[in-house]
Structures are given as C-alpha cells and as structure tokens.
Design a protein around this ligand. Structure first.
Ligand SMILES: *Cc1c(COP(=O)(O)O)cnc(C)c1O
Length: 261
C-alpha cells in the first residue's frame, strides 16, 4: 500500500488485485470463499479517473461518506457509463468486463434533512443509527413508492463520540425497523476504534458478528437480513476472519492523499 500518494493506472490494478487476494486468503482461513465477500471501494480520496479505471476492471460497488461528494460522483460516473453505452454499440454484448451500472453505498453519517437527496441514489445505506432517521427514510419510501435497503450502524466498542447505536439497543431498534413498510433491514455495519494494530479491531468485530447472528437466529429482518459490513484498509482481513461479508476499503485501493487536501 502506498500511503502518501494516489496510485496511477498500473499501480491501481496491482493494489486492487492485492486487496482481492488478501480477502481471498482471509476468507480461506475460515473455510469461506473470497467471492462471498463484497468489497465496496470507498472513493473519498479517489480521482474520477481512478474510479473510471476501477469500473473498467469490472468493479461495481462504490462507497462515499459525504452527501455532496456522493451526489457529484454519482453524476460523473453516470455520465461516464452513459457514454460507454453509446460506444458499446460497436462491441458485442457480453464481450466486455465493464458493468452496465454501478452500485453506490452511503457509508457515512446521514442527517435527516439529507435523506431525500441520498436515498434515491444508493443501493444500500450503511449508516442508519436512530429511530428518527429510519422513520424519515420509511416516510420517503412511502411517498416514492419505493423500498430502501439499509444497515443498522452499531457502536460495539462503546467509544464515545462515535456514530452508531449502542449494542444493547440494537435488537429493539432492528425490530422496530423490521416493522416499517418501506425499509428492508439488510444487516449491520460497524467501525472499530482507530488503531495501528488490526488485532485491536477483533473484539469489536466479534461483538458485531454476535449481534448479527442473534438477529438472524430470531429472524429479525427475515432472509434478506444477511449483510455484515465491517473492515477498512487497516483491518479488513480481521473483519473477514470474524465474519464480515461486505468490506469498505479506500486507501488500500486508491492510495492516499496528503491530509491538507
Ligand atoms: C473512509 C471510510 C472507509 C474506508 O477507509 P479506508 O481506511 O480508506 O479504507 C470505510 N468506512 C467508512 C465509514 C469511511 O468513512
């Protein structure tokens, strides 16, 4: 990983393949397949060129944590895909690895007054952390005649100042969300406290996995409640070992930018 700079096309491919191999290896250590783990490429430090290159490598899942950045990037990438589709007339269908569309993930804190802007653009909202936010989304779904897929963000570490529902409140809130007509509870998301040592994340991830299994055992959310989103650049292998099936990875794929940017 080249922290401290953004990666060019060749390095980007190498970094991406390295991440995929590390996911595969971590999954194999638990008798799972790497293909069962979805990697969301978090584009917050990426350039539009890097995002386009990643899509051309066949990658489909992209994540953003800020509303403004999300809406801008969705527009840029939509335009790119539309242009590709026009050109694709020349290329027989199915001969290209490039996906027709991408799936955007909202992974950052979402304010209720931004729900209307974000929900229609994304495949999955990872960061639902209160009843009021869930109600706002449900109401919007009712107006738009749509169902939104969401994850409940939980704060398993008890760290103050972090977004997320406290672990004891998770099951009751999940039950409330499960009763909402226009939301589909797909699972849980969590973040470990920042640390240089990936092993420090393990207890947080293990706790999230435990609550996830409780949800599934009690059939809260039903068969669609099958996503456990955890693991970032610094700790994604530990997350896979603890049962994550969706990772959110930024810097390990795109490189890093100096902090003044
Ligand atoms: C930025 C971010 C990530 C990715 O972080 P990296 O360390 O760059 O992999 C994952 N999840 C959330 C919620 C983020 O904001």
């Amino acid at each position: 990983m080249a922290i401290g700079k953004l990666l060019g096309p060749v390095e980007l491919r190498t970094a991406y393949e390295d991440v995929k191999n590390r996911i595969e290896a971590a999954a194999a250590r638990r008798g799972r397949r790497g293909s069962d783990v979805v990697c969301v490429a978090v584009t917050k430090t990426a350039t539009p060129d890097q995002i386009r290159q990643l899509i051309e490598m066949g990658h489909q899942d992209l994540g953003e944590n800020r509303v403004q950045q999300l809406t801008q990037r969705v527009a840029v990438i939509d335009e790119f895909l539309a242009r590709r589709r026009q050109l694709a007339g020349a290329v027989p269908r199915g001969t290209s690895d490039v996906p027709d569309k991408v799936r955007w993930h909202m992974i950052g804190h979402l304010q209720r007054n931004k729900v209307r802007q974000v929900a229609p653009l994304v495949q999955l909202i990872h960061s639902v952390d209160s009843l009021r936010l869930a109600e706002e989304l449900d109401a919007l779904g009712g107006k738009m005649d749509r169902t939104f897929d969401i994850l409940l963000q939980i704060n398993c570490s008890g760290e103050a100042g972090k977004f997320g529902v406290a672990s004891p409140a998770t099951i009751p809130l999940a039950e409330q969300i499960d009763s909402m007509m226009n939301l589909r509870l797909r699972g849980l998301m969590t973040m470990a406290p920042f640390s240089e040592n990936p092993e420090d994340s393990r207890p947080t991830f293990a706790r999230a996995a435990e609550i996830f299994h409780e949800l599934r055992r009690d059939k809260i959310g039903g068969p669609h409640c099958n996503i456990l989103s955890m693991g970032m650049t610094g700790d994604f292998e530990v997350a896979v070992e603890e049962g994550a099936n969706l990772l959110r990875i930024g810097r390990a794929i795109f490189g890093d930018v100096p902090s003044d940017e």
